[in-house]
Design a protein around this ligand. Sequence first.
Ligand code: TXA
Ligand code: MG
Length: 319
Amino acid sequence: MAVLPANDATIAAAAASIRAGQLVAFPTETVYGLGADATNGEAVARIFAAKGRPHFNPLIVHVANISDADKLAEITPLAHCLAERFWPGPLTIVLNRRVNCGLSELVSAGLETVAIRMPAHPVAKALIAAAGRPLAAPSANRSGHVSPTRADHVAADLGDKVAMILDAGETQHGLESTVVTIDEDRIVLLRPGSITAEDLSSVTSAAVVRAVEAAAAPISPGQLASHYAPAAHVRLNITRPVAGEALLAFGPQVPNHTGPIINLSAKGDLIEAASRLFSALRTLDASGADTIAVMPIPIDGLGEAINDRLRRAAAPRHA
Ligand code: TXA
Ligand code: MG
């Protein structure tokens, strides 16, 4: 790991690392971000591994301009109005993903939506442009630690996990971006941040409501954990699947089976498995099988988050 002052040469090197699937920490106007190519599922999985989160949270995708955002997600007129006013800047807007947007499914933790923001920091802008990719980036701290506002905070927390830390001194806001979503004609505040509810109200006649106040707030971050679940029943830790079940396999030793099979990672690699988890569940769900049998997946490293998500998928649900 190297902490390097951000300049044209180090930004170009960081962009090359991003394109190679590695992690780079970079400054934004809010806090330092832990960045990866948002179109590369394994790179995104490495973010979760580095942060040591016991579960998958959807991440923010950072773009260079509104037209790049428009390629990834459907920007409604109200969202467009907010973007015009607050981008570049500390506002994140949750939007519906476009089909074939190229983003990894893990970046959205399997949801149909994606959180997008256009940062104002010149180093963040230059890095996105040089990488030529949208950047997935949560705050660059280990899970449970405070968000980093200086490069040395990142080094202390994640120094051994990143290819490089671009240093541009202290961040301006020191508080994460405001996260909103659009619910019909209302702006729903999912996470308070640098841009206040009053700031949002001042530019539109749309109502601004806090997620807890919204009549139905299915997308508030606290509830996301239970959001995506397959329609099929899910059975865990299965070594002998029943014929006709769909099998979500893991590792080199797969039992003989008649029925749809997807192996999350034939080589038993948890990063690869995490990157494929959500699309594999969707594909098996769409196969028409009533039940998805899941082979045992080790609990170490990213296995904890994978098992957390599978346990939720297997939990009894209300109709
Ligand atoms: O200022 C920031 O926003 C920093 C810098 C690096 O840009 N990033 C950041 O990312 O704070 P993170 O991953 O720590 O926080 C992302 C927030 C979480 O509250 C998450 O639940 C919410 O955004 N979020 C992301 N995708 C979402 C989605 N599809 N639906 C609802 N909430 C989402
Ligand atoms: Mg954070």
